[in-house]
Design a protein around this ligand. Sequence first.
Ligand code: SAM
Length: 331
Amino acid sequence: MDHREELETADDLQELARGFMDSCIFLTALKLDVFNKMGDENKSTEQLAGDLGTDERGLDRFLNALVVLGLVDKRRDKFSNTKLTRKYLLEDSPHYITNLMHVVHRWDSWSTLADSVREGGTVYERPTGKEGDKRTESFISAMNYGALKRAEEFIQLIDIESVKRFLDIGGGSGAYSIALVRANPQLQATVFDLPKVIPLSKEYIKDAGFEERIETIEGDYHHDDFGEGYDLTLFSQIIHSNSPKENRKIIKKAFSSLNVGGRLVIQDFILDEDRTAPPRAVLFALNMLVATEGGDTYTEGEVREMMESVGFTDIKRIDTDQNTTLMVGCK
Ligand SMILES: C[S@@+](CC[C@H](N)C(=O)[O-])C[C@H]1O[C@@H](n2cnc3c(N)ncnc32)[C@H](O)[C@@H]1O
């Protein structure tokens, strides 16, 4: 998400205002499951309306708009996926992008942005029940999609050779634990996450074949202890969900979880001191405004202060190639 060119004309403002339309069309296609229902075939509107359970007239206008965006081809009144959508948007493709349904869901919370700005925090009512479960699953799948690459870089940037016990707080799919046990045969990992998430974590761990070396703990990091005896504790994409006060509390628990000489790594989007760069971190602050009570993106100074306040020393900043920063502190 690198940022837009400079705005200079009235037309630029018009274009910016209408920018939501393209995104709305794309996300709606994902929501309706248009690409998967089209699969490898050329289908008429009538066929697709039957497959999708939509109105034919509505769908026809919608498919024509997808053609304009370059997301669908149209030949002799039949529609088909493009090379790009076949590669990335079909569930059975090895290149399938698994985090886009989560973007569809974020659109719901982002629609409350004006009220969140008025109120200073989330006003969004999260779906519960079956829809809530579906969203948790697509959230964890989206997190896993981003974490796979980041975990590979993590093990290059953080020395894990001497680590015997690794604690992954809010570990989600276990992507970091899986990468660490794979890279270091001496290492045992623990994924700590909410009770609704741990059954999903177990699936990912089982699929990777590491049930023996990665244990899971169901817990709430605000209310439960983290245990002790760890050499390395990770908060990856955790602190942005919480207020500074909540973060100080959980960083203190991380300190207690570590052996002397152990390290805490906090991975997140880190803001420059004036909070207007880098763009992704600035926009992510809004993501947390619409979705949480007190979450935010933080500056390096703020994260250092949180870490120092509970006793971490020798704090270092390491920027990754994927828009995140690792803040590493020693006990
Ligand atoms: C943004 S995801 C990050 C997942 C993973 N660490 C990564 O970097 O890909 C936040 C994780 O924290 C977990 N989480 C949120 N609130 C929690 C809480 N109160 N206690 C324990 N885990 C929590 C979520 O279930 C989710 O797995």
